[in-house]
Design a protein around this ligand. Structure first.
Ligand SMILES: [Zn+2]
Length: 368
């Protein structure tokens, strides 16, 4: 089968991304919080394969090879154990091998993704930063992944250096910043960041991580307006966190400012219905690559796929055979209390409680 490429698919309609890896695999006991490095691809490859399979089953059009934070400079930071036994190239090779095995001959695209380098924030300069990026990209090219992504980038300048290097491969290039409405970590507003990413040659631009869907879409709207003013029209992409966190909208560090991040966020988790709303709003804004970051689980990806099924020619993941949107399958429950919830009206009306008496609705003290 000849697969359609990413850009052709984005021209035709929405592309459903996948969900969280590092956050989800930490909860599943395979990743160490703190370093957040991906040596699980070597230690427990089956755990990564299973998560890829779940996102595909949910309806994802893409799996990202699990290479987050795999650069050698990151693996060897103080307190990080992985660098003593494994290199970036070995990790990325394994991550690509796993993704290819799971995708097999299916229609799912494989994404090779770069994450930010400590060398950038340490001020080591363009040559050093691009050397770290190049080691990753060489593996992605050897494995002939379908497209490349630089994600979770905090500074527009580092994004430009990444895009320049990724473009040299000739593959489609996406780039997402971990930025909210206040702009990147050096204070460059989102609109200017978007224009610079597009001018650097990125085919797909947007934001990922740090902020919830509502905030991410506000940021993408600012990006879109600036691009239109400049007559630029890259595809737009959004992969927010799966937790409600409106309090941090105007913080650079996003949900990192919440005292309960990263280990007590569960009460903030999006429901599948929140994700329906997000997917529709993103599509209406003109975003065409719609997925999730930390906290987005397979059922959230299924919600994106189901919400935008009509826009994708009726396409659904295998997993939708075990699911009727908006509680439809509850009509066959033996429990009357569940049968009473078998309607869209119910699920649109319900306001989920946290079940924690005395807890605030919103965090009243952020981290300093
Ligand atoms: Zn994330």
């Amino acid at each position: 089968m000849v697969k359609k490429g990413l850009l052709e698919r984005l021209t035709e309609g929405p592309v459903v991304g996948d969900g969280s890896y590092v956050f989800t695999l930490e909860k599943r006991t395979y990743v160490m919080a703190g370093p957040w490095t991906p040596e699980v691809v070597v230690e427990h490859p089956d755990a990564v394969k299973q998560l890829h399979r779940e996102y595909i089953r949910a309806g994802a059009d893409v799996v990202q090879a699990f290479t987050f934070y795999s650069t050698d400079d990151k693996l060897n930071l103080p307190g990080h154990e992985a660098g003593a036994t494994i290199t970036c190239k070995e990790l990325n090779h394994m991550a690509c091998t796993i993704a290819k095995e799971v995708v097999g001959v299916s229609d799912v695209l494989i994404c090779g993704a770069l994450s930010p380098t400590p060398s950038y924030t340490e001020g080591r300069g363009k040559e050093t930063v691009q050397r770290e990026f190049r080691k990753q990209v060489e593996v992605f090219v050897e494995h002939d992944v379908d497209f490349l992504l630089a994600e979770f980038i905090g500074y527009i300048e580092e994004a430009e250096w990444a895009i320049e290097l990724l473009k040299s491969t000739g593959k489609p290039v996406a780039c997402t910043l971990r930025t909210g409405p206040v702009g990147d970590n050096s204070g460059v507003p989102p609109g200017e960041c978007a224009v610079r990413m597009a001018k650097a040659g990125a085919d797909v631009i947007g934001v990922n991580c740090k902020f919830d869907p509502t905030t991410c879409l506000k940021t993408v709207a600012l990006m879109k307006a600036a691009l239109e003013r400049e007559g630029l029209s890259p595809f737009l992409m959004v992969q927010p966190v799966g937790f409600h966190c409106p309090e941090v909208e105007m913080e650079h560090e996003g949900y990192g400012m919440l005292p309960e991040n990263p280990f007590a966020l569960e009460p903030r988790q999006l429901t599948r219905f929140d994700v329906h709303k997000f997917a529709r709003a993103a599509y209406e804004l003109g975003v065409r690559y719609i997925g999730g970051c930390c906290g987005f689980e397979p059922h959230h990806i299924r919600a994106i796929s189901e919400e935008l099924s009509a826009e994708r020619g009726g396409k659904l993941g295998e997993g939708s055979r075990k699911h009727v949107p908006w509680g439809g399958a509850l009509t066959s429950s033996v429990l009357g209390t569940n049968r009473a919830k078998a309607s869209r009206e119910h699920w649109e009306r319900v306001q989920p409680a946290s079940g924690r008496p005395g807890h605030p609705n919103l965090q009243n003290k952020l981290m300093d």
